[in-house]
Design a protein around this ligand. Structure first.
Ligand code: NAD
Length: 437
């Protein structure tokens, strides 16, 4: 992942004819903090964990990025994610640089008390390098609003005063923002709608330029969508898209498939997102939600594997779970015309090149899933001001910011006749480079 992020930066910088020393500045992290943490386990024994906070680039503002707790995280992964945060914040037009933190741990194997001690110990290690105008951490894989609450509490004990803007993704009761939970899915939908709005004026799907004849006269109807991942991002994206499919909605969407780690369901005529979530909560999985007794291949809907979901004949494919799920093994079987990358890095470089040549429109992760960090920014602003907006105000601001981010990328893509991903990297690097005086 690190190599792929760095290659994208190097290739974009070459096309922009940037000075080689500037390219080094865009590649090398500014700070890389590596440390060991020791906590007392419930058994009374001490245990040591390894962790990092990598601060990649601060040209545009304080560092911003999540903290992940994962048994397989590595320094390279944390650095790659920090690098991509610098690009994402620049793409989203936020006054932030990029950072990421991580601890090698399987949090599912810790008790609540052990998890709290580990979260607090992490903050003690990084307290001297973070701050509301220095580096603002947030949740990431396996870290939650509760963990942010422990972290901000510990941080404020260390510094001796309140500083709610230093962490985002906090519970609303202690300065979190309304609308943060749904923000990544909602932001993804705003970007998709913005793209479709442009597509109305171009014969998009066969790659030909617009002519008066092939203008698409009315909003699309019943565009089919398959969503891989039914967690925070996938669920809210699917739920909000379904609301948009109501008769009064501007674009008609039909969610035909969703999946989680145990498999998925395909309902040709469109599924009910909330009914499927209710069933998932009862059964522990979405697979089987459309079975009658032991019969699971009904007209009503059927079970599918995650691989099958990615290969469905849908208009829009939304990978919202894991990285590298679209790769050299399945790229030739992908039938969707648009891929909205809500997960980080769901398409490998090789598959991306192939799909691009086939005319598939990829809305890149650094734009598609930037709704989360955008509402984190709105939480930071509210925390600094001590003044909090209603959920509607937050959602309205998110829409304005996502549309603005999309417009800049779209403009670059049309002007230079380059794909959206390349355009996003160019816009980001231009903004970062212009901040160096
Ligand atoms: P989550 O843990 O809430 O949900 C993940 C979903 O993926 C779950 O439904 C899980 O069952 C499913 N999943 C896990 N393994 C799978 C597999 N092998 N095949 C299919 N599905 C599988 O996580 P999330 O917060 O929704 O994040 C999803 C993705 O979006 C991640 O790549 C994350 O980095 C990215 N992302 C999240 C946010 C955010 O605000 N939460 C912001 C930006 C990017």
């Amino acid at each position: 992942m690190l190599e792929s992020a760095q290659t994208l930066i190097i290739k974009t910088a070459e096309k922009m004819k940037l000075d080689p020393e500037m390219v080094k500045r865009l590649i090398e992290p500014e700070f890389s903090h590596e440390f060991a943490l020791t906590i007392t386990m419930d058994s009374g024994k001490k245990k040591v964990f390894k962790g990092w906070r990598i601060q990649h680039n601060s040209a545009l503002g304080p560092y911003k990025g999540g903290i992940r707790f994962h048994p397989e995280t590595t320094k390279e992964e944390v650095q790659a994610l920090a690098t991509l945060m610098s690009i994402k914040c620049a793409v989203a037009g936020l006054p932030y640089g990029g950072a990421k933190g991580g601890i090698i741990v399987d949090p599912k194997k810790l008790s609540k008390g052990e998890l709290e001690r580990l979260s607090r110990a992490f903050v003690v290690r990084i307290a001297h390098v973070i701050g509301v105008d220095i580096d603002v951490p947030a949740p990431d894989v396996n870290t939650t609003p509760q963990i942010m609450a422990w972290m901000i509490d510990e941080y404020q004990k260390v510094i001796g005063y309140k500083s709610p803007g230093t962490f985002t993704g906090k519970p609303v009761a202690i300065g979190g923002s309304l609308g943060r939970t749904e923000a990544t899915g909602r932001g993804g939908l705003f970007v998709l709608q913005a793209l479709l709005e442009k597509a109305r004026y171009r014969k998009f799907f066969d790659g030909k330029q617009k002519t008066a004849k092939n203008l698409i006269p009315s909003p699309f109807n019943n565009l089919t969508i398959a969503v891989q991942g039914f967690g925070n991002v996938g669920y809210y994206f699917a739920k909000l898209s379904e609301i948009e499919a109501m008769p009064a909605g501007r674009h008609g969407f039909k969610i035909v498939a969703v999946s989680d780690s145990k498999g998925g369901v395909y309902v040709k005529d469109g599924l009910s997102v909330d009914t499927t979530m209710k069933c998932k909560k009862e059964k522990g999985m979405v697979a089987g939600c459309y079975c009658r007794g032991s019969v699971c291949d009904l007209k009503l809907g059927k079970n599918i594997t995650n691989e099958e979901l990615l290969e469905l004949p849908v208009d829009i494919l939304v990978p919202a779970a894991l990285e590298n799920v679209i790769n050299d093994q399945n790229m030739k079987k992908i039938k969707a015309k648009i891929i909205l990358e809500l997960a980080n890095g769901p398409i490998t470089s090789e598959a991306y090149e192939y799909l691009n040549k086939q005319g598939v429109i990829v809305i890149p992760d650094v734009l598609a899933n930037s709704g989360g960090v955008t509402v984190s920014y709105l939480e930071w602003v509210q925390g600094k001001a001590g003044y909090f907006w209603s959920e509607k105000e937050v959602n309205d601001k998110l829409k304005i910011m996502m549309n603005k981010a999309f417009e800049a990328i779209w403009k670059k893509s049309v002007e230079k006749k380059i794909p959206l991903k390349q355009a996003a990297f160019e816009v980001a690097l231009e903004r970062i480079v212009s901040a160096y005086t």
